[in-house]
Design a protein around this ligand. Structure first.
Ligand SMILES: Cc1cc2nc3c(=O)[nH]c(=O)nc-3n(C[C@H](O)[C@H](O)[C@H](O)COP(=O)(O)O)c2cc1C
Length: 329
C-alpha cells in the first residue's frame, strides 16, 4: 500500500536528518556557561545519585530521548530500539507525533513500546494544530493506546510556515490547548521543536492548564534546514529562534521545564539543570547513535558526564547539582 502524506513526511524527516547537516549555525548559548570547579569535592563518585521522580515514576537520571518518530514501517524498529535503551538505563522517552496513527489505525503498532519499556515515563505527542481538527476523545484514545504518562503538544509554527503542505492558521490554538488540558487524563507538556519558547508564551500556556514546558530551543536541529531539503520553500529562517539557554531563563519559574534543542552531552544537560530545567533531552544525537548501533553507549556517555559534573562541583545528588555554582561569561 502507498504511504499516506503524514507517513511519507515522517519517513522523510528521519532520512533528511540522518543524511545531511541540518544543525543550526547559531549556538544554544550553553558554551557561555562554566561550572566553578571544586578541587576538593566532599563526595564519593561511585555514590552520586542522579535519580529523580518524573511523571510519577522514578528515573536514574534527568534525561529524555525526545520525540522523533512513528507512523511508518521502519519507525516501529526505531521506537522499539530507543525505548529498550531508555528502559535499560531508566530514563524517559518521547514518541513522535501520533497524527499518523490517528489517521490510520494500522499504524498504532509503530508507536506501542510498552512491551519493551514497561516502567519508564513515556510521553505521547501531537501537533498543536491537530487539536483544532480532532475532538479530545480521539486524542485521549491515542494516549491510552500507547499507555503514555503525559502528552507533548508540539508548537511548530516555523515548520508549518515553510512546508508547502503546512497548516498555517494558528488562531485559536491556545484555546484548543486549554480545552485539552481541562479534559485529558494525563498532564500536557507544551513543546517547541527547535525555535524555543518565550516567557510570554509560557505564561499563556500556564494559564491554559499546561503542566510542563519543553523549551526545544535554537542551537540543535534546524527545521527550516530540514524542510528546505524536502521542498525549498521560503529561505532565510535557518537560524530562527530563541537559543535553548535563553529560553530556559525566560521560562524558569513559570512551569517546570525540560530543556532540549542542541543538547549534545551530559555536560550540556547538567548546565541546563543548573539554569533551571528539571530534565534535559536530545533528539538528533540519539537518532544518529541509533543509526550507528551505539544508542546505549551514547546514553551511558551522557549519564557518566552528568555524574562527573556533579562530582567536580561537589554535588552528591540531583538536588545538589541544581544548586551548583556556575559562571556565565
Ligand atoms: C527526525 C526527527 C523527527 C522529529 N519529530 C518530532 C515529532 O514528531 N514531534 C515533536 O514534538 N518533535 C519532533 N522532533 C523535534 C525534537 O523532538 C526536538 O525538539 C528537536 O529536534 C531539537 O532537539 P535536537 O537538537 O536534540 O535534535 C523531531 C526531531 C527529529 C530529529
Amino acid at each position: 500500500m502507498m504511504p499516506n502524506k503524514t507517513e511519507k513526511r515522517k519517513k522523510d524527516h528521519v532520512e533528511v536528518v540522518l543524511k545531511n547537516n541540518v544543525q543550526f549555525e547559531k549556538t544554544t548559548g550553553l558554551e557561555k556557561i562554566d561550572f566553578v570547579h571544586n578541587a576538593l569535592p566532599e563526595c564519593d563518585f561511585n555514590k552520586i545519585d542522579m535519580s529523580l521522580k518524573f511523571l510519577g515514576k522514578k528515573i536514574s537520571c534527568p534525561i529524555v530521548i525526545e520525540a522523533m518518530t512513528g507512523g511508518y514501517k521502519h519507525a516501529q524498529k526505531i521506537n522499539h530500539d530507543l525505548a529498550a535503551v531508555c528502559e535499560k538505563y531508566s530514563i524517559a522517552f518521547g514518541l513522535g507525533s501520533q497524527r499518523a496513527m490517528i489517521e490510520d489505525e494500522s499504524l498504532v503498532k509503530t508507536y506501542t513500546v510498552r512491551d519493551t519499556a514497561p516502567s519508564i515515563p513515556l510521553i505521547g505527542n501531537i501537533g498543536a494544530f491537530q487539536l483544532k481538527r480532532y475532538p479530545v476523545e480521539k486524542i485521549e484514545n491515542a494516549v491510552s493506546k500507547v499507555e503514555a504518562d503525559a502528552l507533548a503538544v508540539h508548537l511548530n509554527p516555523l515548520q508549518e510556515a515553510i512546508q508547502p503542505e503546512g497548516d498555517r492558521d494558528f488562531t485559536g490554538i491556545l484555546k484548543s490547548i486549554e480545552r485539552l488540558c481541562g479534559r485529558l487524563s494525563v498532564p500536557v507538556i507544551a513543546k517547541e521543536v527547535g525555535s524555543g519558547i518565550s516567557s510570554s508564551v509560557a505564561l499563556g500556556l500556564k494559564d491554559a492548564g499546561v503542566s510542563w514546558i519543553d523549551v526545544a530551543g535554537a542551537g540543535g536541529t534546524s527545521w527550516s534546514k530540514v524542510e528546505h531539503l524536502r521542498n525549498g520553500m521560503v529561505d532565510g529562517f535557518d537560524d530562527w529562534g530563541i537559543p535553548t539557554s535563553e529560553s530556559i531563563l525566560q521560562c524558569k519559574g513559570i512551569l517546570p521545564l525540560i530543556a532540549s534543542g542542541g543538547i549534545r552531552s551530559g555536560i550540556d544537560c547538567a548546565k541546563c539543570i543548573v539554569l533551571g530545567a528539571e530534565l534535559a533531552g536530545g533528539a538528533y544525537p540519539f537518532l544518529k547513535a541509533w543509526k550507528e548501533k551505539r544508542t546505549g553507549e551514547e546514553v551511558e556517555r551522557w549519564i557518566t558526564q552528568m555524574k562527573v559534573c556533579a562530582f567536580l562541583t561537589g554535588s552528591k545528588n540531583y538536588s545538589d547539582l541544581r544548586k551548583a555554582e556556575v559562571r556565565i561569561f
